[in-house]
Design a protein around this ligand. Structure first.
Ligand code: GLC
Ligand code: CA
Length: 564
């Protein structure tokens, strides 16, 4: 073995200055022509990630899985699904990534397993099987579930097993039975899986659906359950206290709770993924589209910035594999595609926290209007079926899918203008977005005005300006409905970030002292009297007078993931 170990990030809190790149392996790079991205494909693209300036990779699940939910239904946490390659490929990926100073973050789905996991296979055999108590069971009669808990992917959260006369609980699809975290043997098994991967040289973990592990199903308390923080603290002291990165997915988190999750004594997690901003353009359910309320978005992001500054730690993300493409959602994927994609990059990378860039976000990849047969996501199909059954208009259902459906973010990575965007020689498992001949990495890497160059420059700028890493945050013009502007301040350095969300020219007056400031980055050449469509820039001035520190804003309580 080569000695890449010495280069690995041993420093406590190393992830605070890092930028992570999220890979959805199925759609990143296929190496053997079966139409499915794989580990060897990823290895061939590591240089690309290095040229972007990423420090690490969050790899969505590559473990053995029947793929009922694209790998978020794991049947063996210690084995690589043959679809993605072998354990040797995984070890080689860790090693090759390490050579390029890229750390690997694995995605652990510990709220539930697949029904095909050995534990569940045993658990259904009989009530006295030693693995029975690994899952959540309630006695009952067929057709009368224990209560009306609903699954996130639709229908009842209870599934009947006639041979046992019992129901098992599943928060997501019925193929994803929830683990019984109140059983200490389950928790010990899970910690052991973490130890196993740490021994292989993995630097951190994203913990899927973490906010629902402490649930109390009888009282129908799912997210933020009574045992949640107790379990996290136990897990943290068992396996994370050595500086391992741990990021928990927490749809239900608000600012006060995030302080608990990410408190600086390190007793819980490095950071969480929170989703409060994700609701600003949605109605009662995620499928209901509303216009973006920029004032509200600013208020929310500002409350996270000021609320965790000095007391916790933020993650910064605009996209992931569960969300649509941000340029289609909050930007403009028509005439101002380039400017708005760069504007959103500047917005994200100017804030305090650890940025995550989802594959293709750095190219400004857009949403894709699939017909239903082309959709691959279990959530979309369940939503559509339930909608039809409720008598809804199919055309409206498809509009909702195009707005927020998860397949928008899951189309193959657009590498170049060749067949299938350079993703595969075979037939891709999900269609390639037809705009790949114009939107692709090859076309952007050497173009200084591309979305890719903007992300690459922003990563470099963040690393060379401590004010962007650690400065405090002040929202400017909170009531301005088209411009998102904020200040970051550290010592005598001040950075002004201005982002227009408008397709028209907008008036904006620079705050005092910024007239002659240095431009760190901008999505237009030169400056004009007004802000041009989706114009964005970062200005730096030094020698600023010290401003009194603001009190953190009081956050609001937000909806729970049920609304998702
Ligand atoms: C998380 C994942 C999502 C998955 C779900 C169930 O939300 O990000 O993709 O479907 O958990 O595991
Ligand atoms: Ca493949």
């Amino acid at each position: 073995m080569e000695s890449y170990d010495t280069k690995r990030p041993a420093r406590k809190g190393w992830w605070k200055s890092a930028v992570f790149y999220q890979i959805y392996p199925k759609s990143f790079q296929d190496s053997n022509g079966d139409g499915i991205g794989d580990l060897n494909g990823i290895i061939t693209r590591l240089d690309y990630l290095q040229s972007l300036g990423a420090d690490g990779i969050w790899l969505c699940p590559v473990f053995c899985s029947p793929q009922a939910d694209n790998g978020y239904d794991v049947s063996d946490y210690r084995a690589i699904d043959p679809m993605f390659g072998s354990m040797e490929d995984m070890e080689r990926l860790i090693q090759e990534a390490g050579k390029r100073n890229l750390s690997i973050i694995l995605d652990l789905v510990f709220n539930h397993t697949s029904r095909e996991h050995f534990w569940f296979q045993e658990a259904v055999k009989s009530r006295d099987n030693p693995y029975h108590e690994y899952y959540i069971w309630r006695d009952g009669k067929e057709g009368t579930p224990p209560n009306d808990c609903e699954a996130i992917f639709g229908g009842s959260a209870w599934e009947y097993v006639p041979s046992l006369g019992q129901y098992y609980f599943h928060q997501f699809a019925r193929e994803q039975p929830d683990l019984n975290w109140s059983n200490p043997a389950v928790r010990e098994q899970l910690y052991d899986i973490i130890r196993y991967w740490k021994n292989k040289g993995v630097d951190g973990f994203r913990l899927d659906a973490l906010d629902v592990i402490g649930k109390d199903v009888d009282r129908q308390i799912i997210a933020r359950g009574p045992n949640l923080h107790r379990y996290i603290q136990e897990m943290s002291s068992e396996v994370f206290s050595d500086g391992t990165l741990a990021v928990g997915e927490a749809w239900s988190a608000d600012v006060p709770e995030a302080r608990e999750y990410t408190n600086s004594d390190g007793s819980e997690l490095s950071m969480i993924f929170q989703f409060e901003q994700n609701f600003v353009d949605q109605g009662e359910t995620k499928w209901e589209k509303k216009p973006l309320d920029l004032v509200r978005l600013k208020k929310i992001l500002a409350s996270w910035q000021t609320g965790l500054h000095g007391t916790g730690w933020n993650s910064l993300f605009l996209e992931n594999h569960d969300l649509p493409r941000i340029v289609s959602r909050w930007g403009n994927d028509g005439p101002f595609w380039n400017q708005s994609a760069r504007m959103l990059a500047i917005l994200q990378m100017g804030m305090e926290g650890t940025p995550y860039i989802f594959q293709g976000q750095e190219l400004g990849m857009t949403n894709c209007r699939f017909c239903l047969e082309e959709c691959r996501d279990v959530e979309i199909h369940n939503f559509y079926k339930a909608g039809l059954a409720a008598g809804k208009d199919p055309a409206e259902l498809m509009e909702a899918v195009w707005f927020i459906g998860r397949d928008n973010g899951r189309t193959p990575m657009q590498w170049d203008a060749s067949k299938n965007a350079g993703f595969t020689e075979g037939t891709p498992w999900i269609c390639v977005n037809p705009n790949y001949p114009s939107i692709n990495a090859h076309a952007q890497m050497d173009d200084p005005d591309s979305v890719f160059s903007c992300y690459r420059d922003l990563i470099r700028i963040r690393k060379s300006h401590p004010v962007l890493l650690n400065g405090d945050f002040e929202l400017l013009e909170p009531d301005n409905e088209t411009v998102f502007a904020y200040l970051r301040r550290l010592g005598d350095q001040e950075v002004l970030v201005v982002c227009s969300f408008s397709a028209q020219n907008e008036a904006f007056e620079l705050p005092d002292g910024f007239e002659d400031a240095q431009t760190l980055i901008s999505n237009y050449r030169g400056r004009s009297q007004t802000l041009r469509p989706y114009e964005a820039f970062m200005l730096l001035r030094t020698g600023a007078e010290k401003q009194p520190k603001k009190e953190p804003a009081e956050p609001e309580i937000i909806k729970d993931r049920k609304a998702d």
